[in-house]
Design a protein around this ligand. Structure first.
Ligand code: SF4
Length: 717
């Protein structure tokens, strides 16, 4: 069957949702929608969760935009031609720039955009708009872990080893991840770990479906993961479990770190975290008795105003016990969004250029400016982080282009962010559906999605994969790359922004060459010939069959002791870390309270997260009937003791109030949560919007907001 430009009935591709990027096959037949068929792929081994299984539903014309919309003088959105819509966007951006200066125009990207789109969007902002104001929603996802890994290892790749290693190690500590709900096929690796005789420790204030699988569940107060890690490391020291040889030969900074560790003795840590000392001792025994061990963190410890230090504390535990830079041992971050890894490597982040280069590095600026054919002096400097950018809307920033994000639902202090969006002189949104953010826009541009376009993403392992076009998009829809190309042409950059994904990827490879995330040796053909290619993968050294693929690329130290492989660099740091001296760096960290602790007026913790059947802001999954039936709306999970104290029963409407606003949702009474904490999923807009409540207090290093802990009052609505 000839389908679009792909001559195949079955098209191998990947799920459009989370960072696991499960492999799947789209079977394109005579039906209105392609059929999703499971296929073997290393991370999911044929399994798909309900979101992936139903992902073709989002391609349906019934749920999506099919023509551009522009807002008329009467305030209503009406259909428009692409010519008119793109002209309106270009005018809106140029008018703001002419009146208020280049940094009055901003761009907000997304961690679900393909590598090609993330690259093109960053280049568009810095070259065509010449604004410093670009960031993306990945800042809200794993930026603390990225910062902590860069600080400790000199390089940030979510997992520095393939996910399959989790099943072959001896002990895994999973901190703040409910992967049984967020990426269910990954749970099988943990099941296999236990079948192989390994042990699983889960750290989570809630007894989630993941925690139920654990040999040991530590249930700390929200916001105390850092103290917990320090307490475990204290016991490692006092019980003689340090790996002195590893500390001496492969790390630096232990002497500066030790005092903070010794200040967190077990009884103090029990008081801070609520985790009993015997459980701390048992965790240390399980972790250290195993010949190899792995620590994995996710949003729980990362989405805190001390997220970078918290992740740093868990990395310290790995380093002090010699559980890093060795096969089957190490630290890794379970990135959340579909292209959460690639999305932070190619230049849509406020402080970065393609190849994961730093925007304030003169050599990096000169190199990338050369690829882009501009003067390095013309490249703007680092701009505001995501929340700071949103907070400046309608004030310093007058016009905004949003691509692949729905901050009305997903940003912290979402009521305030919604007000800021409404205060803009001009807002343009590219999306596949009329999201809550698109509903505020002056121009809405309907764009193609995963199965209708080709592009690469980089999964949580640093594995670069290819999503292939399987079907043609609806007639009235264009790709994000075509949008960028069309806007750039209107801004005077006629031939500098190609719309063809492979052409963009070729330029991305060149721009990344020599950077920490070097893609220069990766081609579409090479990905297609294997199960993806792990970066770093420099061009000259990594032709298939080469045995010299060791580098993070020209101009840098050789690749962090990477293993060599035809499929790039699956494992990092085996001989040396990517720091200038090759040593991993301890982080001297100390516990500090959350930005907002419970008080008489707001006596409980609120923590937020995801549920099995919904994804992120729900813009796509709320439109899939099976998923919506399974998870139709928000709820407030609370402990039976708290429910009794408040006099509420399951299903009663609860009002949850923080210093930023009020949300209302039905009670879900469950002993799976601490009595001092309530939980709300954040996928929905409206009165049950959890992010109305969340605290935008920022981590000073990563600028990550504190989604995971704030103080609330709970009462009957
Ligand atoms: Fe796999 Fe994640 Fe898609 Fe589920 S949502 S099928 S876990 S990639």
């Amino acid at each position: 069957t000839a389908v679009g430009d792909v001559a195949a009935t079955d098209v191998d591709t990947h799920c459009p949702y989370c960072a696991l990027q499960c492999g799947m096959t789209l079977r394109v037949g005579s039906g209105a929608l392609p059929e999703v068929v499971e296929r073997a792929f290393p991370v999911n081994r044929g399994a798909l969760c309900g979101k992936g299984r139903t992902s073709a539903e989002v391609l349906s014309g019934a749920v999506r935009l099919s023509e551009p919309l522009v807002r008329d003088a009467d305030g209503q959105l009406r259909a428009a031609s692409w010519q008119e819509a793109l002209d309106r966007v270009a005018e809106g951006l140029l008018r703001a720039r002419a009146r208020h200066g280049r940094d009055a125009v901003a761009v907000f990207g997304g961690g679900g955009l393909t590598n090609e789109k993330a690259y093109a969007l960053g280049k568009f902002a810095r070259v065509a708009l010449r604004t410093s104001q670009i960031d993306y929603n990945g800042r809200f996802c794993m930026s603390s872990a990225a910062m902590a890994q860069n600080r400790a290892f000199g390089l940030d790749r979510g997992l520095p080893f393939p996910l399959a290693d989790v099943a072959r190690t001896g002990c895994v500590i999973l901190v703040g991840s409910n992967l049984a709900d967020t990426m269910p096929p990954a749970l099988r690796w943990l099941t296999e770990l236990k079948e192989n005789g390994g042990t699983l420790i889960v750290v989570d204030p809630r007894r989630t479906r993941t925690a139920e699988q654990a040999d040991l569940h530590l249930q700390p107060r929200p916001g105390t993961d850092l103290a917990l890690a320090l307490g475990l490391l204290h016991l490692v020291v006092t019980e003689g479990r340090l790996d002195e040889e590893f500390i001496a030969s492969r790390t630096s900074g232990w002497e500066e770190t030790l005092p903070g560790v010794m200040a967190h003795w077990p009884e103090l840590v029990e008081r801070i975290t609520g985790v009993p000392v015997p459980q701390l001792r048992r965790a240390v025994a399980m972790f250290c008795d195993a010949p190899e061990s792995i620590v994995l963190t996710a949003r729980g410890p990362e989405q805190q105003s001390k997220g970078t230090d918290t992740v740093g504390a868990w990395i310290n535990l790995c380093l002090a016990t010699g559980r890093a830079g060795r096969p089957l041992s190490g630290y890794g971050c379970l990135t959340g969004q579909g292209n959460g890894q690639g999305g932070r490597e190619h230049g849509q982040k406020a402080d970065q250029l393609p190849g994961y280069r730093k925007l304030d590095d003169p050599a990096a600026r000169a190199y990338v400016a050369g690829v882009w054919g501009v003067d390095p002096q013309d490249l703007p400097g680092p701009g505001r982080s995501a929340y700071e950018l949103l907070d400046a809307l309608g004030r310093d920033i007058k016009a905004l282009l949003v691509m692949g994000s729905n901050p009305v639902v997903s940003a912290p202090r979402a009521g305030h962010v919604t007000e800021r969006l409404a205060a803009l002189d001009f807002l343009a949104v590219c999306d596949v559906v009329l999201s809550e953010t698109a509903q505020l826009a002056d121009v809405v541009l309907p764009v193609t999605q995963w199965a209708e376009e080709t592009g690469t993403t980089t999964n949580l392992e640093g594995r670069v994969i290819l999503r292939r076009k399987a079907i043609d998009p609806p007639a009235g829809v264009r790709s994000d790359l075509e949008v960028i190309s069309g806007l750039a042409a209107r801004l005077g950059w006629e031939n500098s922004f190609p719309a063809d994904p492979e052409e963009v990827f070729t330029e991305l490879r060149q721009a990344s060459a020599g950077g920490p995330a070097d893609y220069s040796g990766i081609t579409y053909d090479r990905i297609a010939a294997s199960d993806g290619v792990f970066w770093p993968c420099p061009a000259p050294e990594t032709e298939p069959g080469s045995d010299t693929a060791t580098g993070a690329g020209p101009g840098t130290e050789p690749a962090a002791g990477a293993e060599t492989a035809e499929d790039g660099t699956p494992r990092l740091f085996l001989q040396r870390f990517a720091t200038p001296d090759g040593r991993a760096r301890f982080a001297p960290v100390e516990h500090r309270p959350a930005a907002e602790e419970p008080s008489a007026e707001y006596p409980y913790y609120l923590t937020t997260g995801r549920v099995l059947a919904q994804y992120q802001s729900g813009a796509q999954t709320r439109r899939v009937r099976e998923l919506n039936d399974a998870a139709p709306g928000p709820f407030v999970q609370l402990h039976p003791r708290l429910a009794e104290k408040l006099g509420v029963a399951d299903g009663d409407r609860l009002a949850v109030t923080s210093r930023r606003g009020r949300a209302v949702a039905p009670a879900r009474v469950s002993a799976a949560i601490r009595p001092d904490t309530v939980f709300m999923p954040f996928h929905w807009p409206g009165e049950g919007r959890a992010n109305t409540l969340t605290n935008p207090a920022l981590d000073p290093a990563s600028r990550m907001p504190e989604f995971k802990v704030c103080a609330v009052r709970v009462e009957r609505a």
